[in-house]
Every structure is written in structure tokens, then in C-alpha cells.
Design a protein around this ligand. Structure first.
Ligand code: ADP
Ligand code: MG
Length: 339
């Protein structure tokens, strides 16, 4: 018998995929809240217990799912968001891999309740370690509620690898900020261990930034706006005197998706050259709108990195737009950083 290759059973494949998609509780938060956004929710509630280690629940008022879809959404490569590979280059949604719920259900206890707008009744599913425990008809409001308990219950090595509550909650709040900043027209509420950490009403972009980071940033925000053939830039940079000792208030959104880019980051820092004291970093909230054909989002499972067709030009445009804004608003070098 020389043949030794076998196809992995689904639950094993799901658990392996989960290793990429779900690194920590914050990854679950990201995937669930993004799904709520993709479902056109206008109000999203995030309920977290013990930094997400015991429970993460997301309740949305989005379009909900049918009984069949509620079952299918936990299958691997099951998605309503793309139909062909070409769709990857005209994405309107956060999701497209159809992997998140399958991965999460492989490594946690999940309870889903969902109802479509025009149905009287909804459906509830309990699934643990990829195994469906029950599915029944229930009374539930329009939209979807997903509760994820006991993350990594069947991967002790992963569970033990989790950091302290403080660190894991920090990661959750970071994800929450990113999504809330990208969608000011959606209401977001975050509870942790029963207390309300954030209550962000539907608002405009400036107001959302202020609601997230506090009123002291309000009069420090300088608008940035540029419209070229390859990119439309909108958003704000904070005046140099507001600069921080960490890079925690630096946000790039590309077509409404938070992305990390050291390179573009540098473009903003370059515009601030000479304005910041050593060891201080600018705060910024910049939205880039680009032709979806000119980027590739599918280079990393968490989709926070993007490949741009013309990164160098983008760099130059961002740097000059920020420089222009700083100049226009008479931001002279400030020597007193004590404020
Ligand atoms: P993806 O988001 O990449 O499609 P997911 O595993 O995150 O993959 O979700 C699978 C599918 O389940 C989605 O395509 C969507 O149709 C459905 N779904 C997931 N979450 C929600 C939600 N909150 N409301 C409505 N539908 C949802
Ligand atoms: Mg998704």
C-alpha cells in the first residue's frame, strides 16, 4: 500500500484555518463586527466578558439570515459576498473568504440567533467545535446575534498563550476603534463585564473621532482633502502639539477598511518633518478612496495589508496633501509640547 495521502476531515481543516484567522479574542470581534457591517446594520452592540476569553457577543440590526443560510454560514468557503474570483477586485464588503464563522465555530461554543426582516420567526443554532448541537425556530428581533464562548476550548496551547485581560482587552478596543472610525454613520456600543466602555451614536466623521478619543482632540483636527486620478483623500490630521508618544492614533482606511502600512505611515511622518519633537508621533485619520481594481486585499487572511498598484505615487500624494493642510491651517513649528 504505497498511497498515503488523505483529505483532511472538515473539522480539522477548519481548525487549521482558524489558526490563521483567529489569533486572539480581538480577531473574533473583528470578524463578527465586520459581518454586521456587511449585513447593513445601523446599530451594533458588542458585549465582552473577561477580555473576550469567556464571551464575545455581537448583536446587530442588519438583514439577518434565512434558516438555511444560518446553517450554511458555518461551512467553510460559504459566503454570500463573492461569486467569482473577479469579484475580489470590485469588493463592496469587508468579508469575502467565507472562512471566519467556520473557523470560529471550530474552536469555540457558538450560539447564533437570526431573523430576516419579513419573517415572523427566526432561527437559533448552537454549534460547538464544528458540531451542530441544535437548530430551532425562535422568537428573536430582526438581525443577528452571535455569541462566542470559551474560545480555544479545544486548543489548550492557544488558550494558554492568551495574554492578560488588560492586553487582550486593549486589542479588542483597538479593533473596535478601527471599525467604529471607518463607519461613523453606524451606532456602536461596547460593554465589558457589564459596564459600558463606549457608546458611539451615529454621527459625522469628526464627531466620531471626538467620541472615540475625547473632546480635547476636537480643535486639534485639521481637515485633509485631495482628489486626484488615482486616489481621493479625506479625513484629518491632528496638529503637531497634539502628537503622541505612541502610534496608537494613526489610522489609514482604504475604501472603508482599516489597513496597516509602514510605507504610507512614513508619508504622513514626512509631511510632519520638523514639526514634531523627537519620540513623538502624529495622530491621523485618513480615508483613501481608490479604484478597487488597483489594489489587492487578498494577500493576508486578516486583510489588514493591501497591495497597491502604484504605492510610490500614493506616497507622494499623501505627503503633499498633509503638508498642504498643515500649511493652510498655519501650523507653525511648536516648541512647547507640554499641553
Ligand atoms: P464572509 O464574511 O467572508 O462571507 P463569514 O464566515 O464571516 O464569511 O460569514 C459567512 C456568511 O454568513 C456571510 O457571507 C453572510 O452571508 C452570513 N453572515 C455572517 N454574519 C452575518 C450577520 N451578522 N448578518 C447577516 N449575515 C451574516
Ligand atoms: Mg465575515
Amino acid at each position: 500500500m504505497a498511497d498515503i495521502i488523505q483529505l483532511l476531515p472538515d473539522h480539522v481543516a477548519n481548525q487549521i484555518a482558524a489558526g490563521e484567522v483567529v489569533q486572539r479574542p480581538a480577531s473574533v470581534v473583528k470578524e463578527l463586527v465586520e459581518n454586521a457591517i456587511d449585513a447593513n446594520a445601523t446599530s451594533i452592540k458588542l458585549i465582552v466578558k473577561e477580555a473576550g476569553k469567556t464571551q464575545i457577543q455581537v448583536i446587530d440590526n442588519g438583514k439577518g439570515m434565512s434558516e438555511t443560510d444560518a446553517r450554511l454560514c458555518f461551512e467553510r468557503h460559504a459566503t454570500s459576498k463573492i461569486k467569482s474570483a473577479d469579484d475580489l477586485f470590485q469588493l463592496q464588503t469587508k468579508g469575502f473568504r467565507g472562512e471566519a464563522l467556520a473557523s470560529i465555530a471550530a474552536i469555540a461554543h457558538v450560539e447564533l440567533k437570526t431573523k430576516l426582516e419579513y419573517n415572523d420567526l427566526g432561527t437559533a443554532i448552537v454549534i460547538e467545535g464544528s458540531e451542530v448541537k441544535s437548530q430551532e425556530v425562535v422568537v428573536t428581533p430582526q438581525g443577528t446575534s452571535i455569541s462566542v464562548k470559551n474560545l480555544f476550548f479545544n486548543i489548550p496551547a492557544r488558550r494558554n498563550f492568551l495574554k492578560s485581560h488588560t492586553v487582550e482587552l486593549r486589542h479588542i478596543v483597538d479593533e473596535f476603534h478601527r471599525i467604529a472610525l471607518a463607519h461613523p454613520s453606524v451606532e456602536f456600543i461596547l460593554y465589558h463585564n457589564g459596564s459600558e466602555l463606549f457608546n458611539l451614536p451615529k454621527s459625522n466623521y469628526r464627531q466620531r473621532i471626538v467620541n472615540v478619543f475625547g473632546s480635547k482632540i476636537n480643535d486639534k483636527l485639521v481637515p485633509v482633502s485631495e482628489d486626484t486620478e488615482i486616489v481621493k483623500i479625506t479625513g484629518f490630521v491632528a496638529k503637531p502639539e497634539y502628537s503622541r508618544k505612541t502610534k496608537s492614533e494613526q489610522f489609514f482606511f482604504v475604501n472603508n477598511r482599516f489597513i496597516k502600512s509602514g510605507y504610507l505611515n512614513h508619508a504622513v511622518s514626512a509631511a510632519f518633518e520638523g514639526l514634531l519633537k523627537e519620540g513623538y508621533y502624529p495622530s491621523y485619520f485618513l480615508n483613501l478612496e481608490v479604484d478597487p481594481h488597483s489594489i489587492d486585499i487578498n494577500i493576508h487572511p486578516t486583510k489588514t495589508e493591501i497591495k497597491f498598484e502604484d504605492e510610490h505615487t500614493l506616497y507622494a500624494i499623501i505627503r503633499s496633501a498633509v503638508k498642504h493642510s498643515l500649511g493652510q491651517f498655519n501650523v507653525a513649528p511648536v516648541l512647547d509640547f507640554d499641553s
